[in-house]
Design a protein around this ligand. Structure first.
Ligand SMILES: CC(=O)Nc1ccn([C@@H]2O[C@H](CO)[C@@H](O)[C@H]2O)c(=O)n1
Length: 103
């Protein structure tokens, strides 16, 4: 079965352990609705690794990212800004998807 969302494999351990509880995406992935259950896989091999339930999807501008977002990503704010600059270069309009792991 197809996954609904994928993460880079390096984040799998943090998601499974509940250390990473948000992801920050572009408009193409801003359609997730609260309560929606997402089959979640690895970007690299599409392997399923858990099911997440969406808590909220909230627009955020790049310059509004703060230490609370970083904490929810299990990173420092500098690390988070670096990761986003690599994945979404030049993009200012982002979306915070908060989730909990349900299986
Ligand atoms: C195809 C594609 O865009 N995949 C992505 C995009 C983002 N992310 C992670 O979300 C957070 C904020 O961006 C960081 O932890 C990112 O590494 C991810 O794992 N996989």
């Amino acid at each position: 079965m197809q996954n609904d969302i994928t993460f880079f494999a390096r984040f799998e351990p943090d998601i499974l352990a509940g250390r990473k509880t948000i992801t920050i995406r572009d408009a193409a992935e801003s359609h997730f609705q609260p309560g929606q259950r997402l089959r979640t896989g690895r970007y690299e091999d599409n392997g399923y690794f858990c099911t997440l339930e969406v808590i909220s999807t909230t627009p955020v501008a790049l310059n509004e990212l703060n230490d609370e977002h970083a904490r929810q990503e299990n990173m420092t704010l500098a690390e988070l800004r670096q990761v986003i600059a690599e994945i979404y270069p030049g993009l200012n309009e982002l979306y915070v998807i908060a989730f909990k792991r349900i299986s």
